[in-house]
Design a protein around this ligand. Structure first.
Ligand code: OGA
Ligand code: MN
Length: 272
Protein backbone atom coordinates (compact mmCIF):
# COMPACT_ATOMS: atom_id res chain seq x y z
CA UNK A 1 0.00 0.00 0.00
CA UNK A 2 2.00 3.00 1.21
CA UNK A 3 1.17 6.67 1.24
CA UNK A 4 0.88 8.97 -1.77
CA UNK A 5 2.60 12.37 -1.73
CA UNK A 6 1.41 15.12 -4.10
CA UNK A 7 3.62 18.23 -3.87
CA UNK A 8 1.82 21.58 -3.93
CA UNK A 9 4.54 24.09 -4.81
CA UNK A 10 8.25 23.71 -5.64
CA UNK A 11 9.33 25.08 -2.24
CA UNK A 12 6.81 23.72 0.22
CA UNK A 13 3.67 21.70 0.86
CA UNK A 14 2.17 18.37 -0.15
CA UNK A 15 -1.10 16.51 0.11
CA UNK A 16 -0.62 13.07 1.62
CA UNK A 17 -3.23 10.40 1.02
CA UNK A 18 -3.63 6.73 1.80
CA UNK A 19 -3.50 7.05 5.55
CA UNK A 20 -6.02 6.93 8.39
CA UNK A 21 -4.66 8.82 11.37
CA UNK A 22 -7.34 7.36 13.65
CA UNK A 23 -5.51 4.01 13.52
CA UNK A 24 -2.18 3.38 15.20
CA UNK A 25 0.29 3.58 12.30
CA UNK A 26 2.83 0.86 11.63
CA UNK A 27 6.44 1.99 11.99
CA UNK A 28 7.07 2.22 8.23
CA UNK A 29 4.01 4.38 7.56
CA UNK A 30 4.94 6.67 10.42
CA UNK A 31 8.49 6.98 9.05
CA UNK A 32 7.09 7.77 5.58
CA UNK A 33 4.86 10.51 6.99
CA UNK A 34 7.71 11.96 9.03
CA UNK A 35 9.98 11.93 5.97
CA UNK A 36 7.28 13.65 3.88
CA UNK A 37 6.83 16.29 6.60
CA UNK A 38 10.57 16.95 6.71
CA UNK A 39 10.92 16.99 2.92
CA UNK A 40 7.82 19.09 2.10
CA UNK A 41 7.87 21.07 5.41
CA UNK A 42 4.08 21.05 5.66
CA UNK A 43 1.79 18.21 4.64
CA UNK A 44 -2.00 17.99 4.53
CA UNK A 45 -4.19 14.94 5.02
CA UNK A 46 -7.87 15.22 4.05
CA UNK A 47 -10.98 13.67 5.61
CA UNK A 48 -9.64 12.56 8.95
CA UNK A 49 -12.29 11.67 11.54
CA UNK A 50 -10.12 11.62 14.65
CA UNK A 51 -10.77 12.13 18.34
CA UNK A 52 -8.65 14.35 20.57
CA UNK A 53 -6.95 11.22 21.94
CA UNK A 54 -6.17 9.87 18.48
CA UNK A 55 -4.71 13.23 17.47
CA UNK A 56 -2.57 13.31 20.62
CA UNK A 57 -1.41 9.71 20.14
CA UNK A 58 -0.47 10.33 16.51
CA UNK A 59 1.45 13.52 17.37
CA UNK A 60 3.23 11.79 20.28
CA UNK A 61 4.88 9.39 17.80
CA UNK A 62 7.07 12.36 16.70
CA UNK A 63 8.22 13.24 20.22
CA UNK A 64 7.08 14.56 23.61
CA UNK A 65 4.17 17.00 23.44
CA UNK A 66 4.05 20.55 24.70
CA UNK A 67 1.24 22.16 26.70
CA UNK A 68 0.87 25.82 25.78
CA UNK A 69 1.40 28.38 28.58
CA UNK A 70 -1.51 30.63 27.66
CA UNK A 71 -3.95 29.07 25.17
CA UNK A 72 -6.99 27.08 26.32
CA UNK A 73 -6.66 23.31 26.23
CA UNK A 74 -9.00 20.36 26.12
CA UNK A 75 -10.10 19.28 29.59
CA UNK A 76 -9.98 15.61 28.70
CA UNK A 77 -6.73 15.74 26.71
CA UNK A 78 -4.58 18.68 27.90
CA UNK A 79 -2.04 18.18 25.08
CA UNK A 80 -4.77 19.30 22.67
CA UNK A 81 -4.76 23.08 22.39
CA UNK A 82 -8.04 24.73 21.42
CA UNK A 83 -8.08 27.46 18.81
CA UNK A 84 -11.75 28.34 18.94
CA UNK A 85 -13.13 31.74 18.01
CA UNK A 86 -15.83 31.21 20.66
CA UNK A 87 -13.18 30.84 23.39
CA UNK A 88 -10.58 33.40 22.44
CA UNK A 89 -9.44 35.94 19.95
CA UNK A 90 -7.44 34.25 17.24
CA UNK A 91 -6.04 37.38 15.64
CA UNK A 92 -2.78 36.52 17.43
CA UNK A 93 -2.16 33.98 14.70
CA UNK A 94 -2.76 36.42 11.86
CA UNK A 95 0.87 37.29 11.63
CA UNK A 96 3.83 35.26 10.45
CA UNK A 97 5.37 33.14 13.18
CA UNK A 98 7.09 29.92 14.09
CA UNK A 99 5.30 28.38 17.07
CA UNK A 100 6.65 28.95 20.59
CA UNK A 101 10.05 30.25 19.43
CA UNK A 102 10.23 31.98 22.86
CA UNK A 103 11.04 28.58 24.41
CA UNK A 104 14.60 27.35 24.85
CA UNK A 105 13.53 24.27 22.90
CA UNK A 106 10.80 25.46 20.49
CA UNK A 107 8.38 23.10 18.80
CA UNK A 108 9.70 20.55 16.31
CA UNK A 109 6.32 20.59 14.66
CA UNK A 110 2.60 20.46 15.13
CA UNK A 111 -0.46 18.50 14.11
CA UNK A 112 -3.39 20.82 13.45
CA UNK A 113 -6.93 19.50 12.85
CA UNK A 114 -9.73 21.63 11.41
CA UNK A 115 -12.94 20.86 13.31
CA UNK A 116 -15.12 23.76 12.14
CA UNK A 117 -14.26 26.13 9.34
CA UNK A 118 -15.93 29.35 8.15
CA UNK A 119 -17.98 29.15 4.92
CA UNK A 120 -15.29 31.26 3.28
CA UNK A 121 -11.90 32.47 4.49
CA UNK A 122 -9.71 31.35 7.38
CA UNK A 123 -7.01 29.94 5.09
CA UNK A 124 -3.60 29.29 6.62
CA UNK A 125 -0.32 30.01 4.82
CA UNK A 126 3.09 28.43 5.45
CA UNK A 127 6.45 29.77 4.29
CA UNK A 128 9.67 27.83 3.79
CA UNK A 129 12.47 29.50 5.74
CA UNK A 130 15.00 27.20 4.02
CA UNK A 131 13.92 28.31 0.54
CA UNK A 132 14.11 31.91 1.78
CA UNK A 133 17.61 31.30 3.17
CA UNK A 134 18.79 29.64 -0.05
CA UNK A 135 17.72 32.72 -2.02
CA UNK A 136 19.85 35.12 0.05
CA UNK A 137 23.09 36.51 -1.38
CA UNK A 138 26.15 34.57 -0.15
CA UNK A 139 27.64 37.51 1.73
CA UNK A 140 24.40 38.06 3.60
CA UNK A 141 24.22 34.36 4.53
CA UNK A 142 27.71 34.59 6.03
CA UNK A 143 26.92 37.75 7.98
CA UNK A 144 23.51 36.62 9.28
CA UNK A 145 25.09 33.40 10.57
CA UNK A 146 27.05 35.51 13.09
CA UNK A 147 23.90 37.07 14.62
CA UNK A 148 21.48 36.06 17.36
CA UNK A 149 17.99 37.35 18.00
CA UNK A 150 15.65 37.63 20.99
CA UNK A 151 12.21 35.99 20.94
CA UNK A 152 9.53 37.15 23.35
CA UNK A 153 6.09 35.67 23.99
CA UNK A 154 4.81 39.11 25.04
CA UNK A 155 5.05 40.33 21.44
CA UNK A 156 2.32 37.96 20.22
CA UNK A 157 0.07 37.86 23.25
CA UNK A 158 -1.11 41.40 24.07
CA UNK A 159 -2.68 42.09 27.50
CA UNK A 160 -6.08 43.10 26.11
CA UNK A 161 -6.76 39.59 24.77
CA UNK A 162 -5.77 37.42 27.72
CA UNK A 163 -6.44 37.06 31.40
CA UNK A 164 -3.95 39.42 33.07
CA UNK A 165 -2.80 37.00 35.79
CA UNK A 166 -2.34 34.11 33.34
CA UNK A 167 -0.39 36.33 30.97
CA UNK A 168 1.84 37.63 33.76
CA UNK A 169 2.57 34.06 34.90
CA UNK A 170 3.32 32.99 31.32
CA UNK A 171 5.74 35.92 30.93
CA UNK A 172 7.46 35.16 34.24
CA UNK A 173 7.90 31.51 33.27
CA UNK A 174 9.03 32.35 29.74
CA UNK A 175 11.54 35.21 29.76
CA UNK A 176 12.85 36.42 26.38
CA UNK A 177 15.01 33.74 24.71
CA UNK A 178 18.02 34.13 22.40
CA UNK A 179 18.34 31.96 19.26
CA UNK A 180 20.62 32.11 16.22
CA UNK A 181 19.23 34.13 13.30
CA UNK A 182 20.15 31.25 10.99
CA UNK A 183 19.40 27.77 12.31
CA UNK A 184 20.35 24.36 10.95
CA UNK A 185 17.81 21.59 10.51
CA UNK A 186 18.95 18.74 12.78
CA UNK A 187 18.02 16.05 10.24
CA UNK A 188 18.63 17.55 6.78
CA UNK A 189 21.40 20.00 7.68
CA UNK A 190 19.63 22.66 5.62
CA UNK A 191 19.85 26.20 6.93
CA UNK A 192 16.84 28.38 7.60
CA UNK A 193 16.11 31.94 8.59
CA UNK A 194 14.85 31.81 12.16
CA UNK A 195 13.39 35.22 12.96
CA UNK A 196 9.68 35.94 12.75
CA UNK A 197 7.35 38.86 13.02
CA UNK A 198 5.38 37.01 15.71
CA UNK A 199 8.02 36.67 18.38
CA UNK A 200 11.34 38.25 17.40
CA UNK A 201 12.02 41.53 19.21
CA UNK A 202 15.62 42.40 18.38
CA UNK A 203 19.14 41.41 17.38
CA UNK A 204 21.62 40.89 20.20
CA UNK A 205 24.12 43.76 20.43
CA UNK A 206 22.43 45.83 17.71
CA UNK A 207 20.52 49.08 18.20
CA UNK A 208 16.82 48.91 17.23
CA UNK A 209 17.48 51.63 14.65
CA UNK A 210 19.60 49.10 12.75
CA UNK A 211 18.02 45.81 13.86
CA UNK A 212 14.41 46.73 13.08
CA UNK A 213 14.93 47.46 9.37
CA UNK A 214 17.06 44.31 9.04
CA UNK A 215 14.36 42.20 10.70
CA UNK A 216 11.63 43.80 8.59
CA UNK A 217 13.61 43.01 5.45
CA UNK A 218 13.92 39.36 6.54
CA UNK A 219 10.21 39.05 7.42
CA UNK A 220 9.30 40.44 4.00
CA UNK A 221 11.78 38.17 2.24
CA UNK A 222 10.62 34.96 3.99
CA UNK A 223 7.01 35.52 3.03
CA UNK A 224 7.54 36.10 -0.68
CA UNK A 225 4.86 34.11 -2.54
CA UNK A 226 7.54 31.85 -4.09
CA UNK A 227 8.33 30.45 -0.65
CA UNK A 228 4.76 29.90 0.52
CA UNK A 229 1.76 27.62 0.22
CA UNK A 230 -1.81 28.57 1.08
CA UNK A 231 -4.26 26.01 2.42
CA UNK A 232 -8.03 26.29 2.12
CA UNK A 233 -9.41 24.18 4.96
CA UNK A 234 -12.23 21.69 4.99
CA UNK A 235 -13.41 20.22 8.29
CA UNK A 236 -11.44 17.01 8.85
CA UNK A 237 -8.23 18.32 7.28
CA UNK A 238 -5.03 17.74 9.22
CA UNK A 239 -1.87 19.80 8.68
CA UNK A 240 1.47 18.52 9.95
CA UNK A 241 4.35 20.97 9.75
CA UNK A 242 8.03 21.16 10.48
CA UNK A 243 8.05 24.19 12.76
CA UNK A 244 11.88 24.37 12.79
CA UNK A 245 12.13 25.65 9.25
CA UNK A 246 8.72 27.16 8.47
CA UNK A 247 6.55 30.05 9.51
CA UNK A 248 2.78 30.25 9.21
CA UNK A 249 0.00 32.82 9.12
CA UNK A 250 -3.66 32.16 9.96
CA UNK A 251 -5.71 34.57 7.88
CA UNK A 252 -8.37 36.46 9.80
CA UNK A 253 -10.86 37.44 7.12
CA UNK A 254 -14.04 35.65 8.28
CA UNK A 255 -15.64 38.17 10.64
CA UNK A 256 -17.75 36.48 13.29
CA UNK A 257 -17.90 33.06 11.67
CA UNK A 258 -17.08 30.16 14.00
CA UNK A 259 -13.69 28.53 13.43
CA UNK A 260 -12.37 25.68 15.58
CA UNK A 261 -8.93 24.11 15.25
CA UNK A 262 -7.23 21.60 17.55
CA UNK A 263 -3.44 21.58 17.81
CA UNK A 264 -1.00 19.10 19.27
CA UNK A 265 2.49 20.57 19.57
CA UNK A 266 5.63 18.42 19.42
CA UNK A 267 8.65 19.54 21.44
CA UNK A 268 11.88 20.09 19.56
CA UNK A 269 15.50 20.67 20.49
CA UNK A 270 17.54 23.80 20.97
CA UNK A 271 18.13 25.68 17.69
CA UNK A 272 21.77 25.72 16.50
C1 OGA B 1 -1.30 27.40 15.04
C2 OGA B 1 -1.74 28.61 14.38
C3 OGA B 1 -3.16 28.24 12.54
C4 OGA B 1 -4.60 28.24 12.22
O1 OGA B 1 -2.09 26.46 15.21
O2 OGA B 1 -0.13 27.34 15.45
O3 OGA B 1 -1.00 29.53 14.26
O4 OGA B 1 -4.91 27.98 11.07
N1 OGA B 1 -2.97 28.60 13.85
O5 OGA B 1 -5.43 28.48 13.11
MN1 MN C 1 0.96 29.04 15.14
Amino acid sequence: MGITIEPLTPAIGAIVSGVDLAQPLDAQTHRDIEAAMIDRQVIFVRDQAITERQQRDFAARFGPLHVHPIYPRSKAVPEIMLLDTALNDLRDNALWHSDVSFLETPALGAVLLARKVPPLGGDTLWASATAAYDALPATMKTWLATLSATHDLAKSFPPDRFDAAALEAAKRNNPPMVHPVIRTHPVTGRKAIYVSEGFTTGIVGMEPAMADPLLTMLYTHITRPEFTVRWKWRAGDVAIWDNRVTQHYATYDYGNAHRVMNRATIMGDRPF
